[in-house]
Design a binder for this molecule. Structure first.
Ligand SMILES: [Zn+2]
Length: 261
């Protein structure tokens, strides 16, 4: 799956899950979903040419090398009798639920303990990742939204930001899981449930029946999946669906009462 589709599906997943996670305000829901969108690109840090690996030059490049080395080491120690004889780098360790949970817990505890500036750091990295995948138009939009939000909640901006600590762990984990689900639909599949042994493989690639799989970056992803999720991405913003429904009911002509005889 391409980076922009990962970011967009992450945004939709974030908006869908935010109310279940106890996010109540519009501003918090948008921060939550933007974080999910950005970190939906994180698992591909295991590929040297992925957006996440190139985001901050040598810094993310080094993180990518460390992740690939760790993934390869874990793969060589844990691979089952029927797992492939590959390097175990791309689409391995970072493409598992285990990775999503561990990174989510680290971010959750880190933001709880670190306070508002750590929260801001996690959100900014998420926004940069999302912007890198979806386009530069996102930066003035999110920058404007951040200024509007800081103005609205002033002088409690830092307190409001700190209140997002912990929740961001869930947003990051959700982003990683959404990425894996997306990759699982492609022809390569995704070893989502590692280390659960399935059919002699510890790294069993989960994927749907052949008919339902699609190839990354081809017509189905670009012409069907991306436009459909673009519509969903707007409709899921809190209040938009209600506004849309109200608008539609306003356009419907009022029912005239039928005459009784
Ligand atoms: Zn991937």
């Amino acid at each position: 799956m391409m980076g922009r589709t990962h970011a967009l599906t992450g945004w939709c997943a974030g908006l869908a899950v935010a109310p279940l996670a106890g996010v109540s305000s519009l501003a918090q829901a948008l921060v939550f979903a933007a974080t999910t969108a950005g970190y939906a690109l994180l698992p591909d840090l295991d590929h040297p040419n992925a957006r996440a690996s190139r985001l901050l030059g040598p810094l993310t490049g080094m993180l990518s090398r460390m992740l690939r080395a760790t993934s390869s080491a874990v793969y060589s120690v844990t691979k089952g009798p029927r797992d492939e004889d590959g390097a175990g780098t791309h689409r391995h360790l970072s493409h598992t639920v285990l990775f999503a949970v561990l990174v989510g817990l680290a971010v959750g505890f880190g933001t709880e303990a670190g306070g508002p500036w750590v929260v801001a750091g996690v959100v900014i990295v998420g926004l940069l990742l999302a912007e890198n995948a979806l386009g530069d138009w996102l930066l003035p939009l999110t920058g404007g939204a951040a200024i509007w939000w800081a103005w609205e909640v002033s002088p409690h901006a830092l307190t409001e930001l700190a209140a997002m600590g912990g929740l961001l762990g869930l947003a990051v984990a959700l982003g990683c899981v959404t990425h894996c689900l997306g990759d699982a639909l492609t022809e390569s599949g995704c070893p989502f449930l590692f280390p659960l042994p399935i059919a002699g493989e510890t790294w069993y690639e989960l994927r749907p029946p052949a008919l339902l799989r699609f190839r990354t970056g081809r017509t189905f992803e670009n012409k069907v999946l991306f436009p459909a999720f673009s519509v969903l991405a707007v409709l899921l913003i809190p209040g938009v669906w209600t506004m849309f429904a109200d608008l539609l009911s306003g356009l419907t002509p009022p029912q005239t009462p039928t005459a009784t005889q």
